[in-house]
Ligand binder design. Structure first.
Ligand SMILES: CC(C)(COP(=O)(O)OP(=O)(O)OC[C@H]1O[C@@H](n2cnc3c(N)ncnc32)[C@H](O)[C@@H]1OP(=O)(O)O)[C@@H](O)C(=O)NCCC(=O)NCCS
Length: 209
């Protein structure tokens, strides 16, 4: 059972979520009315760019990924792009990036359309991202999250992510981030991939918020 502070935090998360849904656009609400019983996670394809850009715009106000970055991740980067679909529409995505010779994968982005948040889709994408990282031979998944993003932080903590560093400032608006990591309990296989790095590899900052 939650204590008082826990209930207070829960109420705050619900208010934040309500505000997010209020910001959702008409297209978003149309999706919310769809049959939500058959969500599916699949690999991203080149034709998903428009959907991914729309999710990005709906979910992030700063540090947005550019269309060409999505196109790069989908076609050339050493990364897994995972799309969550509902009724055939892409409504969420996660990108896991890898570096040659490194056993730690990076969750580059994770987002679900505002109107469809709070239904378990984010957790589902996160689990798929973890599976992808393990399959790739990584021993851990690392990410950065905005200090004030309580919903996301709660989700990561519940799935076993631990804070390893505070980065201040981190985002375009100067806000701080927490670096979090989940270490998998299976030994990593070394696997190197010779494909090119992402365009952001030169600048290690990720836009995970
Ligand atoms: C973070 C995000 C991906 C989570 O997606 P989601 O589909 O809402 O996630 P889930 O429904 O699986 O919920 C996961 C957890 O988030 C929190 N949460 C989400 N919605 C919530 C709500 N309405 N009320 C309270 N907590 C909520 C809870 O901790 C929840 O855990 P639970 O299993 O105990 O309910 C989504 O909120 C999002 O896209 N946010 C904007 C982009 C972003 O901030 N991305 C993260 C970058 S680090």
């Amino acid at each position: 059972m939650r204590d008082r502070a826990g209930r207070h935090a829960g109420r705050q998360l619900q208010q934040q979520s309500k505000a997010r849904r209020a910001r959702a656009g008409a297209g978003d609400r149309r999706l919310a009315a769809k049959n939500l019983t058959a969500p599916r996670v699949r690999r991203g394809r080149a034709g998903d760019v428009d959907s991914l850009v729309a999710i990005e715009r709906a979910c992030f106000r700063t540090d947005r990924m550019a269309r060409r970055a999505f196109a790069w991740f989908l076609t050339h980067a050493n990364a897994d792009v995972l799309c969550l679909t509902v009724g055939g529409d892409v409504v969420g995505c996660a990108i896991v990036a890898y570096r040659n010779g490194h056993h730690i994968a990076r969750l580059y982005t994770l987002a679900v359309l505002p109107a469809l948040q709070g239904r378990g889709f984010g957790t589902r994408l996160l689990a798929a991202a973890e599976r992808a990282a393990r399959k790739h031979g990584c021993s851990a998944l690392r990410l950065e999250v905005r200090m004030r993003n309580r919903a996301a932080r709660a989700m990561y903590e519940r799935r076993g992510y631990r804070q390893i560093e505070r980065l201040d400032p981190y985002y375009e608006d100067g806000a701080p981030a927490l670096r979090m990591e989940r270490v998998f309990n299976v030994p990593a296989k070394t696997r190197s991939r010779s494909r090119l790095q992402s365009p952001r590899s030169a600048a290690p900052r990720s836009r995970m918020q």
